[in-house]
Ligand binder design. Structure first.
Ligand SMILES: C[S@@+](CC[C@H](N)C(=O)[O-])C[C@H]1O[C@@H](n2cnc3c(N)ncnc32)[C@H](O)[C@@H]1O
Length: 294
């Protein structure tokens, strides 16, 4: 694949080391100041990603093309955001992919919206609901920056009152009272559609799980993802001393049309019973043969 050149208007990740990265927009005639000297952006425009650039103090920085995690972590925040470790699992459990239609609420900073839009792509759509207009405006800016805004429809409103969409593939919740939204998610989802809810506390998880059970959702599971980074150096490789202790729990479930009615088991006719037992006998024979061989 041909290397891509940096164009005016692009966002570029300026990398010094893993802890010092800066995402900046390329604007002709501008300079970017750091404690290691300033960079002239004119010198970056037209270069290939990955090329080094020297600051006014002679320190080398590297230019990188921002990846999805960079857009999430460098988003301009006015709420707590969904971190990449949780966003990755939310995307995986939701079953979404190119062309999926997904409802999300609340939008917040739009970090999770960015991840969802990235995966549904131009053939899909993320309908993201938010109560507060100032958060929505900020999220829209973040989505413009990642060039994913076209795959997103930003909606205002209180989702405890319901959703407008129907037959969506997935509903993703990250708000204070997800259990109040479960009946509306049920209405919006297609049969077998998937709901994923992210909550920081166990109390929220319990209420949400109860609401899922009462509203014809099955295959309900809650998990917590703890990520531990490693510091890698020959002879000294070990987990890093500090880690994020807690972000939240992920609960996911699937919509069914009716609760399954379990029929009372009846004694099988004699012949059938014999037929069912045959494979077990076979299995026992295999074990015996193994013992005999030993
Ligand atoms: C924790 S933030 C979501 C952060 C988001 N996942 C992200 O990665 O940026 C929760 C958001 O839900 C919004 N919210 C809370 N209750 C809501 C409701 N009933 N309807 C719509 N939005 C709601 C809040 O205003 C807030 O912006």
């Amino acid at each position: 694949m041909a290397n891509q050149k940096i164009c005016e208007g692009d966002y570029v990740l300026i990398y010094l080391d893993a802890r010092r990265t800066y995402m900046i927009k390329m604007q002709a005639g501008q300079t970017f100041h750091t404690h290691k000297g300033y960079l002239k952006l004119d010198e970056l425009i037209g270069k290939e990603y990955g090329e080094p650039i020297k600051s006014s103090l002679g320190i080398y920085f590297t230019t990188l093309k921002p990846a999805l995690t960079d857009y999430i972590m460098k988003s301009s925040r006015n709420t707590q955001i969904t971190y990449p470790k949780d966003a990755a699992l939310i995307v995986m459990f939701s079953g979404i992919g190119p062309g999926s239609r997904v409802i999300e609420s609340g939008t917040g900073t739009g970090a999770l919206t960015t991840a969802l839009a990235h995966y549904v792509g131009p053939a899909g759509k993320v309908y993201t609901y938010e109560l507060r207009s100032e958060f929505q405006k900020n999220a829209a800016k973040n989505l413009q920056r990642s060039k994913l805004i076209d795959y997103v429809e930003m909606k205002s409103g209180d989702v405890t009152l319901g959703y407008e969409e129907r037959d969506v593939d997935a509903v993703i919740l990250d708000l204070a009272t997800p259990w109040l939204v479960v009946p509306h998610a049920y209405q919006a989802l297609k049969p077998s559609g998937i709901i994923v809810s992210f909550s920081p506390t166990i109390d929220q998880v319990v209420k949400t799980t109860e609401a899922l059970r009462e509203n014809n959702f099955v295959f309900i599971e809650t998990i917590e993802c703890m990520m531990r980074a490693m510091q890698v150096e020959r002879g000294k490789t070990r987990p890093q001393t500090l880690m994020t202790g807690h972000t939240g729990y992920i609960t996911h479930a699937r919509k069914i049309l009716k609760p399954p009615v379990q029929e009372t088991p009846q004694a099988p006719p004699q012949e059938e019973a014999v037929a069912q037992e045959a494979p077990i006998e076979q299995e026992e024979n295999v074990e015996k043969t193994a013992e005999e061989t030993a």
